[in-house]
Ligand binder design. Sequence first.
Ligand SMILES: *Cc1c(COP(=O)(O)O)cnc(C)c1O
Length: 291
Amino acid sequence: MFATKPSPIQEIKDTILDKAKVKLFIKREDLLEVIPGNPHISGNKWRKLKYNLIEAKELKQETLLSFGGAFSNHIHALAAAGKAFNFKTIGVIRGEEQKALNHTLTFAKEQGMQLHFISRSDYREKNKTDFKEKLQSQFGSFYLIPEGGSNQLAVTGCKEIMDEIDPSMDYICAPIGTGGTIAGMIAANKTQQKILGFPALKNANFLKTDIAKLLSIDQPDSLPHFELINHYHFGGYAKTNRELFSFIFDFKDKQHIQLEPIYTGKMIYGIFDLIKKRHFPKNSNILAIHT
Ligand SMILES: *Cc1c(COP(=O)(O)O)cnc(C)c1O
């Protein structure tokens, strides 16, 4: 069920790469096609949902419930996947309902997702048992997917990204939000390729603990062949500046690949900066995941 063709890998051409004598490739997970013609179900959000949907079907659950902020890509993908695969979906959204829904929530609603807004303080309680019980008495039985979609089954799904990457790649880079995606990549890394994670948020060292937990590894500092690259968060989650936007604009112009400012824009900016600083040895093959 849900088999997909490998997402395409594209080489990037730029004089900065030639000068540093490295090659850069982008794996276009944004073009991953689950349902032909449906661009809303793709990328790491699909990789994370896949085995959760299979599990929910096996458990005969008809409703999927998850959590997210008003701009959550996970909520967006869950709503689309729910509609496509005949699940009811409930999105528990952080913060009070605004008069006009933003693009993400408008889309989610159009896909049939039921939106349930809760205060920021209630949202912090979302992983507690009695909070879940309250939701069950309100909505009935559901299959729960955590915020950002990152659980064990998400890790299983993200391992499949690595199956589509050949051993000639020396460095594999991915942006990090909750760490679910990169946890799968670390788990599936059989050839000792170096995995570089670019957090979208500030003070992100706790992510090592979160990733280790997802992988049932006791020592967060001994994640194999993994490095956290902490200098490209641009001030924190969803923080941006002119330099980042102009980088994303130029990249689109030259490479015809659209990045976004939360995750992939920051990572690709970071990779180019590291290349300019000669962080990668000559003749390195670097692959970035367009999550
Ligand atoms: C959610 C998201 C991420 C972060 O993935 P995690 O598994 O939460 O680390 C990265 N890139 C994009 C485009 C995303 O939407």
